[in-house]
Design a protein. Sequence first.
Length: 417
Amino acid sequence: MDPITLISLGAGVLFVLGVPILVIIGLWCVGGCVFAGLSLANLGTTLFEGLNSYSLLAMPLFVATGDLIGASGIAKRLTDFAYACMCWFRGGLAMASIMACGFFAAISGSNSATAATIGSIMHPEMTKDGYDKKFAAATVAAGGTVGIIIPPSIVFITYGFLMNLCVSDLFLAGLFPGILMCVCMGLVAFFLSWKNKWGTVKPLSVKRIGSTALHAYLGFFAIGLILYGIYTGQFSPTESAAVCVGFCLIAGTGITRQIKLRALPDLFFKSGRIVGMIIPLVGVSMVMQQCLSALEADKWLFERLSGYGYTGIMIASVIIIFIVGMLMESIPAITIVVPILAPIAHAAGVDPVHYATIVLVGMAIGFVTPPFGLNLFVASAVCGVSYAQIVKPTIWYIAALLVAWGLTIFFPALCLV
């Protein structure tokens, strides 16, 4: 049995036994170094040098931004504006929840933070308005998937760091696919609400739209600040994250005054715990890439897939991404799959930025796909609905997201235009 198969089987056994993914990847790296003839001292050196990157500073800053937005009341103001725009549709509140997820994603960059924050605000409103509570929970869970697609995105930062791609290009590539995902989910929300007569329809009020837009000016300013700064070259993604944290901190403590100074340590500690789970995975993935390269894993897989050409490689990639996305959270998933699949796809002629978007849209769908479905667990905890009850209404949203994913795959211009 070849070394790659042997250590991979061992890692699979540990995964089934419930061993934390960080430990599994770390032990895989130790085994990979031994079989590849690399010095174990290389582990420490690569871990340090791999994380010693200025671009990675954007990750904790965007995580903190998401927590500040929720605590400062900015997210609530954005949801009010979204509902003012959608209230004249049947299912307007459900569609507004998805629209609000898009707004929140454009500032926070996190899927779980998006689902948790918008869910805590919109789920009580939807149930009060006559929506089925299971459908309402599924809506916020599905809406949270755009958290890693619409820029900025924590996962795009990780992907760009791992594959040495420009983070700004990746952010821009995710914009139209993210909007497309929102549109497809919005159509599902409209259809199911119309079919089941959920929610009330209110007349369109330009005055209300204008007043809620003015009330949500802090959120719009934060979104504009990030996008304008990055795409005009005024500051890098890392600097934009720092600027946005500063702005949200000032807005929450000095303008909305919903954040008390004594609450800041707990808020930043909460953000730090999330970052503490992500960063070590990024570090060990750098070692994993070295081991895979030394073991010639990419050549081994390329030899088996190259005979099927461009189409075969894309089909194999989509199947692998979908399966892995169902079982694992996005960061560990991309650290395992991307270093193997991306070089093969690039060699087959797939644009690196387009392929990054394909991977991450597929991973985003995994957030609402059983048996793992991280957003389903988040929505269950926030909305007080059991995991099993959320799964059935989520199937409609999964179908809509698969349509958006297919369009992203077959029309590269959505990412590259």
